[in-house]
Design a protein around this ligand. Structure first.
Ligand code: ZN
Length: 124
């Protein structure tokens, strides 16, 4: 279920957003939304690059709350930048949902990470 939700939000939900909100140029909007996944390149700065129980939110530079503020400011800018901002914020939301799932199954795994307090606030 976590895998399905993750890829649905990364690949199919942007298609839905493109078709509903950017109908005349939905293909261009969809490609821009997909291109925002490039922020995952910041994972290459981490060592190790992949760690199964690491939450990317609050860890990687383009996945921090400061970055989210910059992306949110992009919502106020002209249309194509707004589409990029929507894609970046959706990406962070998708990763946050992933972290929440991770946190539910192994709280100790994330307990020492910066995002733990935020996940505590969201978790049930
Ligand atoms: Zn990510």
């Amino acid at each position: 279920m976590q895998f399905f939700t993750h890829y649905f939000l990364h690949l199919l939900f942007p298609l839905f957003i493109s078709l509903v909100f950017f109908r005349p140029r939905w293909i261009k909007a969809y490609l821009i939304l997909l291109a925002t996944m490039i922020i995952d390149m910041d994972h290459l700065l981490a060592s190790p690059i992949f760690s199964a129980n690491r939450c990317s939110i609050g860890f990687h530079p383009l996945h921090t709350s400061y970055a989210a503020l910059v992306y949110a400011a992009g919502l106020l800018l002209p249309k194509w930048i707004r589409i990029v901002a929507i894609g970046l914020l959706l990406h962070l939301l998708t990763d946050l949902i992933d972290c929440l799932w991770m946190y539910q199954s192994c709280r100790e795994c994330i307990a020492n990470q910066q995002v733990a307090q935020l996940l505590d606030w969201f978790s049930w």
